[in-house]
Design a protein around this ligand. Structure first.
Ligand code: ZN
Length: 321
C-alpha cells in the first residue's frame, strides 16, 4: 500500500494488509511457547554477541577456539556455557578458579533476549492479531540490526572500536532487504541507499572539515559506518532521529558523568589508540574536554526508533510541518 507523504513523497504505509494465515500456525505463533522461543533465541544470540564483543576488535576468530576463562584459561565446558542458566548455577564465577564472571555477560544475554521478544510482539503478534500476515522476515532483520547495535555499543565502550566486520555486512543486508522487499523494513530501496550514503557522508564531512580547519582527527569513521547501517535499515526519518536523539542523549549522560569525574569507557582513548598527537581535546567528540564515545548513544537512539517507530515518525512529521 502506498500513500503520499507530505515530506518524503511516496512512502509505503506500514498498515496491516489483511492476509489469510493457516489457523493451526496462528495458534502456534500466538501461543505462549512462541514468545518463550523468541526470548530463548535472543538469549542464545546474546551469548554469541558476548563472544563477538570480546574477540572481533582483537582480531580473533568468533568460531575457534572454544571459550576459556580469562583468568585461569581453562576451557569452558558446554554445560557451563548455557546462556543465563550457567551464570546462575555457577553463581557468577569460574567453576575451576572461582574468578568472578562479569555480570555484563548476563546483562548482554538478557538484553538480546528482551530485544528478540519485543520484536516478536511488534512484528509477529501485533500484525497477526490485527488480521495481517506473518512478519517473520521483519522480525529476523530487525533482530540482526538490534544485535549489531548491541555489539557496537559495547565494543565502543570497551575499546573505542566499531568493527567493520559487524556494521558493513549488516548494512549490506539492510540494503539488500530494501531491494528485495521494501515492506520488510518499511523503507523503499532508493531511500535506504540515500539515507545510508547521507549517514556516512555526515560524519565523513564533519571529520574532513575539522581536519581542514583545525587539523584535528576529530571523529572516527566507525561512527560514519554505524550511521551507514542505520540509514540502510531505518531510512531518512530513522537517520534524522538517530543523529538528533543520539546527540541530545549523549550530552545528557556525558555532562553529569564528566562533571563528576567518571569515565563512560573501560579504557581511555589514548590507552587504546596510543598517544596520537592528532587527537585533540576541543573536538565534537568531546564534552568539557573529555572524550566521549558517540557510538553507544547513536545505537540507543536507533534502537528507540525501531521499537517506537510509529510515534517517532508522527512526531518528526508534526515537528517539521
Ligand atoms: Zn577460571
Amino acid at each position: 500500500m502506498l500513500s503520499t507523504d507530505p515530506l518524503f513523497g511516496i512512502v509505503p504505509l506500514r498498515t496491516i494488509v489483511p492476509e489469510a494465515v493457516d489457523p493451526a500456525l496462528l495458534m502456534v505463533l500466538l501461543g505462549p511457547w512462541s514468545g518463550a522461543f523468541a526470548f530463548l533465541f535472543g538469549l542464545l544470540w546474546g551469548s554469541f554477541a558476548n563472544v563477538v564483543i570480546y574477540r572481533v576488535p582483537r582480531g580473533q576468530s568468533v568460531i575457534r577456539p572454544r571459550s576459556r576463562c580469562p583468568s585461569c584459561s581453562e576451557p569452558i565446558a558446554w554445560y557451563d556455557n548455557i546462556p543465563l542458566l550457567s551464570y546462575l548455577w555457577l553463581r557468577g564465577a569460574c567453576r575451576n578458579c572461582k574468578h568472578p564472571i562479569g555480570v555484563r555477560y548476563l546483562v548482554i544475554e538478557l538484553l538480546a533476549g528482551v530485544l528478540s521478544f519485543s520484536l516478536y510482539m511488534q512484528f509477529i503478534v501485533q500484525p497477526l492479531a490485527e488480521g495481517g500476515g506473518l512478519g517473520l522476515m521483519a522480525w529476523l532483520l530487525w533482530f540482526v540490526f538490534g544485535l549489531a547495535l548491541l555489539i557496537v555499543t559495547y565494543t565502543d565502550l570497551d575499546l573505542w572500536v566499531i568493527p567493520n566486520a559487524v556494521v558493513l555486512p549488516v548494512s549490506a543486508l539492510g540494503l539488500l532487504a530494501a531491494v528485495v522487499e521494501p515492506n520488510w523494513l518499511g523503507v523503499p530501496a532508493a531511500e535506504a541507499g540515500i539515507a545510508a550514503a547521507l549517514g556516512y557522508g555526515l560524519i565523513w564531512g564533519m571529520r574532513w572539515l575539522y581536519k581542514k580547519l583545525r587539523n584535528l582527527e576529530a571523529l572516527g569513521l566507525g561512527d560514519a559506518k554505524l550511521l551507514l547501517m542505520v540509514g540502510a535499515f531505518c531510512g531518512l526519518q530513522g537517520l534524522v532521529w538517530t543523529v538528533a536523539a543520539g546527540a541530545i542523549q549523549g550530552l545528557l549522560v556525558a555532562i553529569p558523568a564528566v562533571a563528576s569525574g567518571r569515565s563512560l569507557t573501560r579504557h581511555s582513548l589514548t590507552e587504546v589508540h596510543g598517544d596520537d598527537p592528532e587527537l585533540g581535546t576541543e573536538t565534537p567528540g568531546s564534552v568539557m574536554g573529555a572524550r566521549v564515545p558517540f557510538g553507544p548513544f547513536l545505537a540507543l537512539a536507533a534502537l528507540e526508533f525501531v521499537l517506537l517507530r510509529d510515534s517517532i515518525e508522527a512526531w518528526i512529521v508534526a515537528l517539521l510541518l
